[in-house]
Design a protein around this ligand. Structure first.
Ligand code: COA
Length: 183
């Protein structure tokens, strides 16, 4: 049955997925392709956001993906996703990716990232999502961090608007960089 709740807790849509990393997912140096891991991240973000919203969602943006450590063939890759923030029609899904060596039991944190997903209605238009129920300090920390990250991103976008950009303001930033300024 379709959810009609006005607010939902992130635990209701928390999602996890574990996959064995096969040789067919590896690159020429024997490590797992970053693109393959990104594909899995997109899938789990989609599942989590669709569960929260009760609608199919699309990926609007991805905020930073750092591959902290290589993923090896034969390891178990576990992806965990939960909703950190809800706007009117958008949601920020926080992802954490870890690997486990099945023989030694050693685990590695490989990646954390934030996917912004937008819920769509049957006509393909953005549609409202339930708000997030914030019950713990950790819930509030994640929600407010997301607001701050969006504000930071917006400020960066504004200062690099081509119509407002003045290279003179950034001359000192280029000193010592591996670039030759010729303007
Ligand atoms: C993302 C998309 C849904 C936005 O649609 P739109 O008509 O511009 O809709 P709106 O301006 O009403 O924005 C809808 C929501 O998306 C958010 N949004 C739009 N672009 C965004 C971006 N680049 N990053 C983060 N959020 C974004 C808006 O802030 C808004 O959130 P809110 O309702 O919570 O305030 C639309 O551009 C789209 O469908 N893009 C393609 C998505 C896709 O196909 N992804 C897979 C690529 S292979």
């Amino acid at each position: 049955m379709k959810s009609t709740k006005k607010y939902k807790h992130s635990r209701e849509s928390r999602t996890s997925m574990t996959q064995l990393m096969l040789p067919s997912h590896s690159n020429f140096s024997g490590k797992i392709h970053g693109g393959y891991v990104l594909n899995l991240m997109d899938q789990i973000a989609f599942a989590c956001a669709s569960k929260h919203s009760g609608n199919y969602c699309v990926t609007a943006s991805v905020n930073r993906v750092d591959f902290l450590r290589p993923v090896e063939v034969g390891e178990l890759l576990t992806l965990k996703a939960s909703i950190n923030y809800t706007g009117r029609t958008s949601m920020v899904v926080g992802l954490r990716i870890e690997t486990e060596n099945v023989q030694s039991g050693e685990t590695k944190h490989c990646n954390s990232s934030y996917f912004t997903m937008v819920a769509k209605d049957a006509d393909g238009k953005p549609t409202p999502v339930p708000g997030l129920l914030l019950e713990t300090e950790e819930d509030v920390r994640r929600y407010t961090r997301s607001i701050m990250q969006q504000a930071h991103y917006q400020r960066r976008e504004d200062s690099f608007d081509p119509a407002k950009f003045d290279p003179k303001e950034y001359k000192s930033l280029l000193e010592g960089k591996n670039a030759l300024l010729k303007i």
